[in-house]
Write a protein that binds this ligand. Sequence first.
Ligand SMILES: [Zn+2]
Length: 186
Amino acid sequence: MDLALNPSFVRDLQEFCLPKCIDFAEEMAKAGADVVVFTNPIANTGCISRQMYESQVHPFTKRLYRVTKEKQVKVGFHSCGLWDDRFDLLIEEAPDVLWPDKVDIGWLKRKYGGSVCILGNVKTTEIMLQGTPDQVKTEALKCLREAAGQGGYLLGADCVLPRDVPADNVRALIDTAREYSQAGGL
Ligand SMILES: [Zn+2]
């Protein structure tokens, strides 16, 4: 609500929080991380408008990524929820890896595959949590066929895996990636 009613408060809050995020990135880099992953589940199309994102979130995210990259680590971003009307802004923020939630991965690859490494997009709940290893394999192969061409792609789920995901489903995902890469694509 304050984004609309009290934007100067939001700005002050973000100026307060940004250095904490940068501290987090710095500690991750010091601990030997190759990639620092940020996520944002509250700036998607279900929560705020594109215009609000562009004016009040985008500038801070750009600063966060720029400073994080200066620490010699890669930046990953998980766009939780729907972000269809603002992927161009996410790309402009220049993360190294974009890990989208609900999206047509083939479309995303065609549009932005030359600008960013894409991670995803096996469905976390329907497939990883509730599906069978065979369904995981089918869905993983679909993602690989749609998004792995020309490289710049990481196979994974479309959100964080819940605790109760069957281990066999995780193994099926890993095995499919191995088989695919060993076969040089299927
Ligand atoms: Zn998510």
